[in-house]
Design a protein around this ligand. Sequence first.
Ligand code: ATP
Length: 368
Amino acid sequence: MSEIVFQDVTKVYPGERVALDHLTITIARGEFFSLVGPSGCGKTTALRILAGLEEPTGGRVHIGGRDVTDIEIHQRNLGIITQENLLLQHRSAGGNIGFPIEGLRRRTRIDARARVEFEAAGLGIGHLLDRKPATLSEGERRLVQLARAIISSPSVLLMDEPLAFLEAQMRARLHTAIRQIHDERGMTIVLVTASQHDAMALSDRIGVLIDGVLHQIGSPHDVYSRPATAAVARFFGEPSMNVLAADVLGSSPAEGTQLEILGQVVTMWTPLLADYVGRSVLVGVRPEDVVIGAEASRGIEAHVHATEPLGSATLTEVSTLDGPTLSCRLPGSAPPIGTVLDIGLRPERLHLFDPATELAFLHPPARR
Ligand code: ATP
């Protein structure tokens, strides 16, 4: 059953800025859905429209089977963590967490203090209830915000960058807490984030938004291993895929199809390239599928211009004589800047995109 529906939602801000272009998404009850995309792609706008903080220019929004497009935020029964709904500084952490159920307490005489203590204990912040927000760490404040967002047991929880600017350990703690809330309470969660890492770690499905247009919806594994468009390929993955133009030279059943990429000729065995002979295609290659040295026989000359050691491997940016730079994930320690490498692309690991539509038409088998 669907819990949330964006139906053809468009948002045009003053100045003709199209932030969302006919966005249609259906999110199932109990699903953990993340909307990701580069800065300015319209993610926050989509969440604000869902929350009732922003009106769409066109289209409808449904929550729990009800059209809520014209309904006020407080009638939508949502838990919200946005960049605006910060904690009230003059209240204690406990006062902040209990704030949403204050009216409820008067009407139903629920034991608000017990509810606050219950939510706080669940998130491991029971000892912080009497402290003012200013005396808490950034991570502790986020946990207080989370407790406040779930205390009235909303069926839907919306979160805009709840993990931004946290160090790794606190991030991991919040990951666990958020995932636990989702799994134990069956809440539908919509997360908006620029962090693919968070989206991959937490979500059942991911929607990729680029320039206000939804390019793909799929499982984290699907979006990573089968990007639907070249734009998704250029965005998704840390670092993302290299996308390069290639000329399709010739094709025969006996000799396969030859593509020239950055001066190197590679052979691919797929009938899907036959129609592109004499034209170009876009090829995508993940940094881990760029090889060097002997494996790159008759390779592409490339100059190292930046490196980032990862421990067992090094992320290396190289520039090629033809111009494009490539990201490579090379085994071992960092090569010195300026080193000339012989690099190659594994033909069996290439993704192919149509150059006109940028739609993918071939993916390599996913890695296990
Ligand atoms: P970020 O990750 O940087 O927060 P985002 O993907 O959440 O970006 P939005 O905040 O939804 O993007 O903004 C989408 C586009 O709409 C941007 O180009 C932004 O400048 C523009 N925009 C957002 N709010 C307004 C506004 N109130 N008035 C005019 N333009 C706006």
